[in-house]
Ligand binder design. Structure first.
Ligand code: ZN
Length: 398
């Protein structure tokens, strides 16, 4: 037998006449049984309908629909007697579920195009968002490419149809969960024309354009695969607006372009890390004092200074005065590392001691007289680079 429900045949109808046939207390709530299955019960990874039961002038809201032994039951917080009633399905909740479920079909298809072995695991669709788990070798870039493809299909206004096939007709061209043919003689197949066919018992929109917008809200890695949360239409847009509007005023006081928000956040993270390293360095300086080594009549001072740039290191060096032969190396570590090398009362120019060392270690620099500035890009291990510099510089100074 093919099953046939109003929420499948007429998903855009929201008002029905019905008869309340039972009312049972279940913990703090009541399960109100209906004569016909006009609301969609929770199941198959989709939340149930919610809405209002209208009896005479009274309106009682129901927060969910569940399957019961004899049909469906609506979850209410107060009891209702057996009688005729009008059921008003919460239109926004239903439509959002239809959008989210259809978007899930598009998204899984797009993910399969990126990684053919990816499979849908856990799924939960409600009127706010969708949450799915995708098993397989999928990664971030697949996700974002799939999101873009889904948005293109939405803009394309593709018809979405439902048909029934006999279980034995099910083949590889239709996405379906394993074991589905054991449970049903007929299978309901959702077809997004030219894009996807999959077995599904959920409710869906009739054209992809009704989804309006699709946005991944979050993702996390699982042992094998990813867990992804997404939203559609106004839910997606309102979240995007909230985030955008938090950034927009900040752009006025701290000038950057909106598309640079990624690097700005990276910088904030790096700054926090650098402050921690600077604090440790400050504690070390206060406890042990500066690094000073005696090299055959030359005082060699060298410091590894996280979080500082050339300008800051110069500001620290400027007020220092020395009355004997001295060499100072200040090194600021990072992906891009900088150094200052200043000398006092030495026989040769600063660059003659350090220039070749910096070049040989892959850096660049220059200077005149007692001052030399240098830098390195793409430094993997700044501490190791610094140790190497100090070691080579000591040999050069002697
Ligand atoms: Zn579906």
């Amino acid at each position: 037998m093919k099953e046939d429900y109003p929420y499948w045949e007429e998903p855009y109808r929201f008002v029905f006449d019905a008869r309340i046939v039972s009312c049972k207390k279940q913990s703090d709530n009541f399960l109100v049984g209906l004569s016909s299955e006009i609301a969609r019960p929770e199941g198959g990874g989709q939340a149930g309908d919610k809405g209002i039961i209208k009896v005479d002038d009274q309106e009682i809201s129901f927060s969910n629909t569940v399957s019961s032994d004899n049909g469906i039951a609506l979850l209410t917080s107060e009891p209702i007697e057996e009688q005729e009633c009008e059921i008003q399905i919460d239109k926004n909740w239903r439509l959002a579920m239809m959008r989210n479920h259809t978007a899930e079909h598009l998204f899984m298809n797009a993910m399969k195009r990126a990684e053919s072995n990816s499979e849908l695991g856990y799924i939960w669709i409600d009127g706010i968002k969708g949450t799915i788990e995708i098993a397989g070798k999928v990664n971030e870039s697949d996700l974002f490419a799939a999101e873009e493809l889904v948005q293109r299909w939405i803009m394309g206004g593709i018809p979405v149809n439902t048909r029934y096939i006999e279980s034995k007709e099910l083949d590889k061209s239709i996405r379906a969960r394993e074991g589905i043919t054991d449970k049903h003689d007929y299978i309901r197949v959702l077809q997004v024309e030219g894009v996807d066919e999959s077995a599904c018992s959920g409710t869906h929109v009739s054209n992809t354009s009704e989804i309006h917008a699709f946005k991944i809200l979050d993702y996390s890695s699982l042992e094998s695969g990813l867990r992804v949360e997404f939203a559609t239409a106004e839910q997606a847009l309102s979240i995007l607006s909230q985030i955008y509007n938090q950034i927009l005023p900040r752009k006025k006081s701290y000038p950057f372009e909106m598309h640079q928000i990624g690097p700005v956040l990276d910088k904030a993270k790096r700054t926090a890390e650098e402050i921690e390293e600077m604090t440790n360095k400050l504690a070390e300086l206060l406890c042990k004092g500066p690094n000073i080594e005696e090299l055959e009549g030359i005082e060699f001072r060298h410091e590894f200074l996280p979080g500082l740039g050339i300008k800051e290191m110069r500001e620290i060096l400027m007020p220092m005065s020395f009355d004997r032969p001295t060499a100072l190396l200040y090194f600021s570590p990072g992906k891009k590392s900088n150094l200052i090398f200043w000398t006092h009362f030495l026989e040769r120019d600063a660059s003659e001691y350090i220039g070749d060392i910096v070049t040989n270690l892959g850096g660049r620099g220059g200077g005149s007289g007692d001052a030399y500035n240098g830098g390195f890009t793409d430094v993997e291990d700044p501490r190791e680079l610094y140790n190497e510099l100090v070691k080579k510089l000591k040999m050069s100074l002697i």
